[in-house]
Write a protein that binds this ligand. Structure first.
Ligand SMILES: O=C[C@H](O)COP(=O)(O)O
Length: 339
């Protein structure tokens, strides 16, 4: 494993995330394409399902720490709006929520140490990047843009590159790209590698999240291989879904992707972030994902620099559960995220 040196801080250089100090992570520089490594990847789906079931079965913890998990989840949300009817007004309202994700009375009642708790990022289409950047000025909340012909990724290649460059020029600090699913379905791993590498180069200093659209990739092994190729090509995050496939984030797919991240880390020393997205809408779901992250990747990954939820509705349910917590009605029991 090569030693990880801090050569480039994340967009959160000055922020103090809730709970722990943030990771001073390096950009993933990628590694040369290695066909043999990709071909050797095999996934035993029944073993994956057994592990997911065992993780679901172990969830009891101290009541005092229930709120801590939910606050941690908030700090890791990419608060998202990706609708054809998005307007500047809607995006400004979303940004206001991103800056103050829970009501002041709840912050007070919960005794939240970091009164300035925010979400991890705001995620919008390119067209809304400038509006979001303006609305978030003076904060450390980055704007993430879905680019490269989101969600299908089938526009001409040069336009996909240009879209990345325009989003970065408009102020996006994170670019969520979509891969060409065809490269995965036909096993053309070299083409996938070249594509993600070109996207990463077009991102410049902006971080790149590679959306694999796992619901369209056909098999668990292909998900694992695509994860590895995207990381080899320099992805800073791998992300499950656009939210628009028939099947979006699932726990078995998440386990497979997290294990690919662990494998890549063990081989290269680069810590790659993970972003499940699409259909994650309850506090209970969120905590299940956080527990999986903690158990599979460790507490370093329980940080917005290395973990995000792509979600449009999750925050609403978390806020509701925190309110129940304050009034004594929240009963789901969980362990402390850092304990
Ligand atoms: O990347 C984010 C997803 O599009 C959000 O999906 P969602 O609306 O199901 O939460």
């Amino acid at each position: 494993m090569s030693e990880q040196k801090v050569t480039h801080l994340t967009p959160h250089d000055n922020r103090q995330p809730y709970g722990v100090g943030h990771n001073l992570i390096v950009r993933n520089e990628g590694i040369p394409f290695d066909a043999g490594l990709v071909e050797d990847i095999r996934i035993n789906l029944s073993a994956v399902e057994r592990r997911v079931a065992s993780l679901k079965g172990r969830r009891t913890v101290k009541k005092d720490w229930q709120a801590a998990w939910l606050l941690k989840a908030i700090s890791c949300i990419d608060l998202t709006t990706l609708s054809g009817d998005d307007t500047p007004g809607r995006v400004r309202r979303l940004c206001a929520k991103a800056k103050a994700p829970i009501r002041a009375d709840l912050v007070e009642a919960l005794g939240v140490a970091d009164k300035n708790i925010t979400v991890g990022a705001v995620c919008v289409y390119h067209e809304m990047v400038a509006t979001a950047v303006e609305a978030l000025a003076g904060t450390n909340i980055p704007v993430a843009a879905v680019s490269t012909g989101f969600p299908a990724g089938l526009s001409p290649f040069h336009l996909r590159l240009a879209e990345i460059q325009e989003s970065v020029a408009a102020g996006a600090k994170e670019i969520d790209i979509v891969i060409t699913r065809r490269h995965v379905l036909t096993g053309n791993w070299q083409a996938l590698y070249e594509e993600v590498k070109a996207f990463r180069d077009a991102c410049g200093d902006a971080h790149i999240k590679a959306i694999l659209a796992t619901g369209e990739l056909g098999s668990a092994s292909k998900v694992a291989k695509a994860s590895m190729v995207a990381m080899m090509a320099g992805a800073d995050f791998i992300k499950t879904s656009t939210g628009m496939e028939k099947v979006n984030a699932t726990q078995p797919v998440s386990l497979i992707m997290m294990r690919a991240i662990r494998d890549y880390y063990e081989r290269t020393g680069f810590k790659i972030g993970y972003k499940p997205a699409g259909g994650i809408s309850t506090a209970k779901d969120a905590v299940q994902y956080l527990i999986m992250v903690k158990e599979e990747l460790g507490t370093d990954w329980l940080d917005p620099d290395l973990f995000r939820f792509g979600a449009s509705r999750l925050l609403t349910d978390i806020e509701r559960q925190l309110e129940h917590f304050v009034t004594g009605r929240y009963s789901a029991a969980h362990r402390h995220p850092m304990g």
